[in-house]
Design a protein around this ligand. Structure first.
Ligand code: 13P
Ligand code: SF4
Length: 401
């Protein structure tokens, strides 16, 4: 269907994004009952898990983990809390974890400590007998939720009507539903992560003169600029307006169409914060994630994925200073692991990604206790047809870039 004027929609995950922000206390784990005070949607689990403190949770998770042995593999995204990361068999960024999910053929269960789109990808890439589990089912992603599948399908219809078949190559950031990945797979498109976005975009421009990039306009714009795409040739697609808010001629003149989505965590980082850090430490290195807005990325010294940020700081000389624009749980971990360097978050407000943060250790324990009883909870499955086409787009990324 062509896109018509629609009522603008703000995802609940976006409304809830700042629920865990704080200025006066650390992120140390508290019993779940206390964390429930944060006004977000929580999955309800049995009351016996609500009052367990950090030490007891750690002890019981370790016991359950040992009992499950090689039947289980735990994947942890870099933005997870330390209390979760300590149990991750593999930790990584979206690209590394998707490769790990595909490289664990022996594990019966893959417990994905990350967010929903990552678990969907793990289900697509893992073997049919493996079960992928998301410990807290409410761990979504506000950016992914800004691209509803039906709106994306409407957009694709409009673009192919105006530009003709083959007139545009679809790219979707990993942070999107499996259905959007499948649309890319069906239509000569590809998936990217923040680690390989420039190489993926280059791949696409070798196959077509124009791209549409879902759902993060900032990663799309920052990557386009790196490849020399002029700013005025990149249009933002507003999903609530006919033709995304453009004329057919404007779309025909464009080189990149960027979905109007963003990460609520990374758009907090600003040029003013960078200026403040530089005023306090003239020899500071500023490093940010490419989900930040263009002005922030341009004012920084370096930008790259979580894996890039970690490597760059780990390899830096002792005594160097780093102001970092990415999620706080990761920034704190890099600081702890590099005591010979000064590492701090650009934002003085402690503001974790509220969906990543919902994987409280009580959920991990509950998940494993259920597995020990033979119950599989929160299994993430992608239907066969969607998985087949999404896999095509994922395989292009994994094998052709
Ligand atoms: P990467 O770990 O791929 O850099 O992605 C960051 C992120 O926002 C994941 O949701
Ligand atoms: Fe989504 Fe941003 Fe959180 Fe990543 S950091 S899961 S993009 S909201």
């Amino acid at each position: 269907m062509p896109t018509t004027e629609k009522i603008p929609y703000i995802p609940l995950t976006e409304v809830e994004q700042s629920a865990f922000c704080r200025t006066d206390e650390s992120l140390d784990v508290k019993p779940l009952a206390e964390e429930f005070a944060a006004v977000v949607s929580w999955q309800s689990i049995p009351g016996e898990y609500h009052y367990l403190g950090g030490e007891e949770l750690t002890r019981r998770i370790r016991e359950a983990r040992n009992a499950l042995g090689t039947r289980l593999v735990i994947l942890g995204h870099h933005y997870q809390r330390d209390e979760i990361i300590q149990f991750a068999d593999f930790r990584g960024d979206s690209l590394k974890l998707s490769q790990q999910a595909a490289a664990q053929p022996d594990a019966e269960f893959i417990v994905f400590c990350g967010v929903h789109f990552m678990a969907e990808t793990a289900d697509i890439l893992s073997a049919p007998h493996q079960k992928v589990i998301l410990p807290n089912i409410t761990a979504g992603c506000s950016m992914s939720d800004m691209a509803r599948t039906d709106d994306v399908l409407d957009c694709w219809d409009d673009l192919t009507n105006v530009l003709g078949e083959g007139g545009i190559i679809p790219i979707t950031y990993m942070n999107s539903t499996a259905a959007i990945k499948a649309l890319c797979g069906r239509n000569g498109g590809i998936v990217c992560t923040s680690s390989n976005a420039p190489a993926v975009m280059k791949w696409a421009y070798e196959r077509g003169e124009r791209i549409v990039f879902f759902p993060d306009q900032h990663l799309g714009r920052n990557t386009g600029l790196k490849l020399g795409v002029p700013l005025e040739k990149m249009l933002v697609w507003n999903p609530f307006k006919p033709l995304g808010g453009h004329t057919a001629e404007e779309l025909q003149r464009s080189k990149a169409i960027l979905w109007q989505g963003h990460c609520s965590v990374h758009t907090r980082f600003s040029v003013a914060q960078i200026n403040k850090a530089r005023a306090a430490y003239p020899d500071i290195n500023v490093i940010v994630h490419p989900e930040c807005v263009m002005e922030t990325g341009q004012a920084a010294d370096f930008d790259g994925s979580t894996e890039f940020i970690i490597k760059k700081i780990n390899e830096a000389p002792a005594g160097s200073k780093w102001a970092v624009g990415t999620e706080i749980s990761l920034v704190n971990r890099i600081a702890q692991e590099n005591p010979d360097k000064l590492v701090f978050c650009l934002d003085s407000v402690v503001c974790p990604c509220s969906t990543m943060y919902r994987t409280h250790p009580a959920y991990l324990l509950w998940t494993m206790d259920c597995l020990l009883r033979g119950e599989v909870t929160n299994q993430i499955t992608v239907d066969e047809e969607t998985a087949r086409y999404a896999r095509i787009a994922l395989d292009r990324m994994l094998n052709e870039v």
